[in-house]
Structures are given as structure tokens and as C-alpha cells.
Design a binder for this molecule. Sequence first.
Ligand code: GUN
Length: 297
Amino acid sequence: MVKEQTLKMNSSILDGRKVANQIQEELASEVNKLKNEGKKVPHLAAILVGDDGASQTYVNNKIKACKKVGFEYTLLQFPESISEEKLLANVDRINNDEDIDGLIVQLPLPDHVSAIKVTEHISPSKDVDGFTNENYGRITSKNPGLMPATPYGIQELLKRYNVEIKGKHCVIVGNSRTVGAPMSTIMAYHEYATVTVCHIHTENLPFYTQQADILIVATGQPGLIKADMIKPGAVVVDVGITRIAADNQRGYILKGDVEFEEVKPIVSFITPVPGGVGPMTIASLLLNTLKATKARY
Ligand code: GUN
């Protein structure tokens, strides 16, 4: 078992980078143990299609994390023009590769390829993003499969900061299949929160967000949540990360869905962007890869 540590609450930042590093240290010692016992070292494969800068950065960060903890990794890169058929054939190949324990296909995919079809083609036992229907359905099983990585990372982040969830009102803004929808199930079913799910069609959004003890925002709309939409003392988790063109060396800045500077003074905890949910998603991916490896051997 990966040893869990609890972080001291000495600031109002939910520091995803720090917790992710802690998890990576735990995983690195687990890998050493596996090696010493002559057992299988986890192996993650990543498929990247096209040359979108943000996707390249995310995949590079996932590979870097594998290197750091001692996992094996394989990166498969394909041009934007790859056919759906060829991509599915590569997913099949990895599904059947005994040495590979986990597979992610970085999203978004080009328009001529169905992301749902490709994702659903991944063997549920290797689906370390937790995107397949089987893993989604098993969230409410007594024996969950591979949990959706971002919601799982948020759950772990809140847990390691001892944020009280049971009985609290958790408002989620965003109903996506990868974040909002599974997050609502995890919070209600596993954590006993009282959950409200809002989204872009919600009328009078502030009415709901102002009632949130825990507010989780995953809309991809930078700066959507302002200070006057927050209940003082709330815990705020910002999943959004959007590149905004800027006159700096990189040519952009990263912005979350929450107006961080104006919201921070009135909340008890808040995740920064970057350095909040992003690193926790990667940590969850690694935890899932270890789980997938152990389940197969
Ligand atoms: N694109 C944006 N976030 C993710 C993620 O968590 N997994 C995959 N596969 N693609 C993404």
C-alpha cells in the first residue's frame, strides 16, 4: 500500500504541486520495493495526436512524472492526419501488449476522429484516465475500477488537507463526462456531501455558488467565478486552465475559472492555477497505473 501522509494546514492554498510531489515520493519508494522483490515495474503508454502546444506540455509532464517515480513509459506520437482506424489499431496493439499496464490517449483529438470511440476502445483494465464506461460505472461499485483521474486527484487533495466533506454542500460547476459528472458521484456516494451540479445552462448561477461550502469549478471559462459569487470561508477548487495570449516570453498566461486574487482573501482554501488540480491529475494517473499493474500481476 502507498503510505499516506497528512499535510499541516498552515496556509489557505491547496498546494497540488506539493501533495503531488509527496505522492510521487511514496510511489518512488513503492517502485523500489517492487524492483527489490523482482516484481513488475508499472509501464504507462501515452498517445499524442497532432501538435497542439498545451497537449504536448501535458503529455511531457506525464512522461516526466513517470521518469521521476521510476515507471517505464512509452510515448506514441502521430500526425493530426492519422485516421480513426489507424488510431484504433494502435490502441488495440497496446491493449494486447503484456508489458504495458496503463494507456492514455491525450484529448482533444482531431475532429475527424471520435474521442468517445477511441477512449471506449481502451481496455478498462489499462484505462488509467478512468474514462471508459466500465470504469465510470464502477465508481459506485463496492469494488471501484480505475477512478477518473481528475476527480480522484481532487478527492485526494481535499483528503490530505483534512477538508471536512461529509454533510457539507458541494456545488460543482461543470457537468463534463471527465470531471463534473464523475466528481458529483464521488462527492455524493463516497464522501457523503450534499451535491448540486450546475453548468453553462444553469439559470442564476450565483444563487447556487453562494451556497457552496465546497465549490468545484470545471467550465473552461476563465474568470467565471468572482468574489461576490462565493460564500465566505468556502473551499474552492479550480479545475480550469486556459491559455490567454499575453505579451510575455511564452506568449501566454494560464488562467483558471476562478478570479483567484479577488476570491482568495474570502475563502478558507483555494487551489492555484497552475499548481493546483493539474499536478494532482498526474499523481492520480500514476496511482491508477500502479493499481492497474498490481491488478494484472
Ligand atoms: N486533456 C485534458 N485533460 C486530459 C486528461 O486528464 N486526460 C487526457 N487523456 N486528455 C486530457
